[in-house]
Design a binder for this molecule. Structure first.
Ligand SMILES: Nc1nc2c(ncn2[C@@H]2O[C@H](COP(=O)(O)OP(=O)(O)OP(=O)(O)O)[C@@H](O)[C@H]2O)c(=O)[nH]1
Ligand SMILES: [Mg+2]
Length: 170
């Protein structure tokens, strides 16, 4: 099981819809699938290079009970909205608590800076320094990867697929 985590509105559900559909690269005029805030959880099977991966999105509003889902999970994708500076510090604290959770010590972690299609987004260099990613990587047991993406226009989603493919078990 892969857990998809992140504060509300960062784009987890849209990302899942994109990963589910075969066509991830969208032209400017194509429709963006609509999403509603996930109240509860959202279980989705996606296929990456003919491998089935089950992803469980936990709605951002479920933060207080995320830990009850940490049990049978070997991958974590943590999404951050790179165009929303006001949410950064709380996202950072959430990420630290995910990384320090006992059941998640053996997981592989992918941090996604999403919404880089927006004009005011922060670059991966800025985000890495604001999140002190280098310190996180050196202090955490998990193997941590970082990508910048746009679930809206499809930028970077191929690399998310590659990460899922190479870290997927069984
Ligand atoms: N511009 C832009 N908007 C995005 C992107 N990804 C998601 N959105 C928009 O952000 C809003 C929230 O997206 P959701 O996917 O519902 O967010 P979520 O993380 O699932 O939120 P919760 O379910 O409440 O935890 C929607 O209006 C999306 O269309 C992106 O890459 N770029
Ligand atoms: Mg959602």
């Amino acid at each position: 099981m892969c857990l998809l985590l992140g504060a509300t509105g960062v784009g987890k559900t849209l990302l899942l819809k994109r990963l589910q559909s075969q066509r991830q690269h969208m032209g400017d005029l194509e429709e963006v699938p609509s999403t509603l805030p996930t109240v509860g959880t959202n279980l989705t099977d996606i296929t990456v290079n003919r491998k089935k991966v089950t992803i469980r999105e936990l709605g951002g509003c479920m933060g207080p009970i995320w830990p009850s889902y940490y049990g049978d999970c070997y991958l974590v994708i943590f999404v951050v909205d790179a165009a929303n500076p006001t949410q950064l510090s709380s996202s950072c604290i959430q990420l630290l608590s995910v990384l320090s959770a006992q059941p998640l010590q053996e997981t592989k972690v992918l941090i996604l800076f999403n919404k880089i299609d927006l004009p005011c987004y922060m670059s991966v260099v800025e985000m890495k320094s604001l999140f002190r990613i280098d310190d996180m990587v050196s202090c955490s047991k998990q193997s941590i990867s970082v990508l910048e993406i746009s679930a809206r226009d499809g930028t970077g989603l191929q690399d998310v697929g590659k990460w899922l493919h190479s870290n997927h078990k069984g």
